[in-house]
Design a binder for this molecule. Sequence first.
Ligand SMILES: Cc1cc2nc3c(=O)[nH]c(=O)nc-3n(C[C@H](O)[C@H](O)[C@H](O)COP(=O)(O)OP(=O)(O)OC[C@H]3O[C@@H](n4cnc5c(N)ncnc54)[C@H](O)[C@@H]3O)c2cc1C
Length: 503
Amino acid sequence: MNKTTYDIIIIGLGPAGLFAANLFGKKGWKVLGIEQYENRWPHPRAIGMDDEILRALGSIGLQEEMLAKMHHLKGGYLRHGANKVFASMDITSDNEYLGKQYLYYQPELEAALEEGAKRYKQVELRYNHQLVDFQQISEEEVQLKIKTKGTDLLELTTNYLIGCDGAKSFVRQKLDIQTRNLNYDGYILKIDATAKDLSKFDYDTDYFHKYCSSKKAWIRMVGRGNHCRWEFQFKENIEDPKELSNEAALQHIAETGDDISNLSVINVTFYKYQSLVHKTWRKENCFIAGDAAHLTPPYAGQGLCGGIRDLVNLSWKLEEVKQKQSSEKILETYRAERAPHFTQYIYIAIFIGYLFKTRLYYLFLAFSYLPFLKNIGGKLYIPPPKLGKGFFSRHSTARRVIPYCKVTPKDAAIQFIDEFIDNKWTLLSKSPVEKNIQHLAASINIQILDISEKTASNEWLTNWMESKRIQCALIRPDLYIFSGGKQLEKVLNQYIHLKKKVA
Ligand SMILES: Cc1cc2nc3c(=O)[nH]c(=O)nc-3n(C[C@H](O)[C@H](O)[C@H](O)COP(=O)(O)OP(=O)(O)OC[C@H]3O[C@@H](n4cnc5c(N)ncnc54)[C@H](O)[C@@H]3O)c2cc1C
């Protein structure tokens, strides 16, 4: 009989796999992450992340490090051929501590995640290791065959396997998972460059600039430091490889009016984007996450973000199963919650795609000439969707993330709410919590965040709770609100009731 050697094996060390290694490493799991290539991918792909992802990085202690390496994006301008700005999006935050969007350099994010994973002694990362076969051999064990640089096949076993192995996922193919295609795809020429002097750009570099066109739309933005990104939309595949040379790329940029003597090209990539959500994300002890589970057009900047959300969602549920606090039934809520959420982001990306690349933008252009409608573009910011129905109550506050804010709880020297929650079930209360409720919460492993003290930092959250007409909220380890309400006992009982269903 094979001896189980790992609690979890993660296939693929892109951002999703590396993030997963940190999450499970922090929980004390014995983790192996494998990557088929010799090194991490050296070129940037994703460039934007939202505040929720920054909070996820905070949960593994990497928020501050990454914040120092990111550019806070304040919004965007929609322009048309003649360079007229006809709509702008304000994505500055009403939250004084975190903005809504940040631009980063993907290789730096992956480097931080890799170093982060190495903090945990029981986490191993192996490059030059390719998964070539696997099967579930018992209720608890999955056996893997891994090709290493030599010819020998390594045989390993694990309790759980997660395929974070990207769009062409071998894990997904082997599990024979069907695909839902939302049938929106296209081609993009992506050019990354560094600018010698950012002050030479005659546009606001804290904003992205989308040039809408039904012929050849394009976008430019300045990422972290002097990293600049252009993305040109194409209707068809580029056949001639010369089109992908640095010279050809600079020519495309020159046509936009940017001074190319100020630039040196880092990377040129031509790729096809798709809109796919795969129909099953779990078979027995094998899971898929990240691009292996879904693909989106890049217009809402949610591909990588979606992968991080998947893992935040899955990891606490797996931990509960491992600790025997929940049965495997809770794992069924992984896709049920995540897939509808990601699908809504795909629809948002498709809407932005239409606005950007078809004559739909003429509508907003027309609005911009009408005094009473001209600011409509400013309202184009679309709030994040709710998670799908899963392990939540039906309360209106449920399925959304608790806002990021400062708190001064009793007996805890912390600043921000996330530090207190720290991946634990938390009952937030705006009034003092009676002894019997304290005992009930403790008996079901729920910690209490009492913000009844009248302090400046509790005021923001108290006001937010008042605006939602709630006295309390039960927050899950992934920062999503399980339920809100006026009575603490009722909210806890909702939890106890649902918990019985996954016991
Ligand atoms: C131009 C562009 C712009 C983008 N912009 C954004 C953005 O602004 N915001 C955003 O959130 N997302 C964006 N995305 C999407 C984002 O880049 C991807 O969603 C993200 O990188 C996917 O991460 P992943 O870890 O799931 O997969 P990948 O990064 O593809 O990693 C999968 C890894 O698995 C490895 N692997 C595969 N098979 C095996 C095997 N059998 N054995 C071992 N290893 C294996 C691969 O070598 C690879 O390293 C963008 C994408 C592109 C192309």
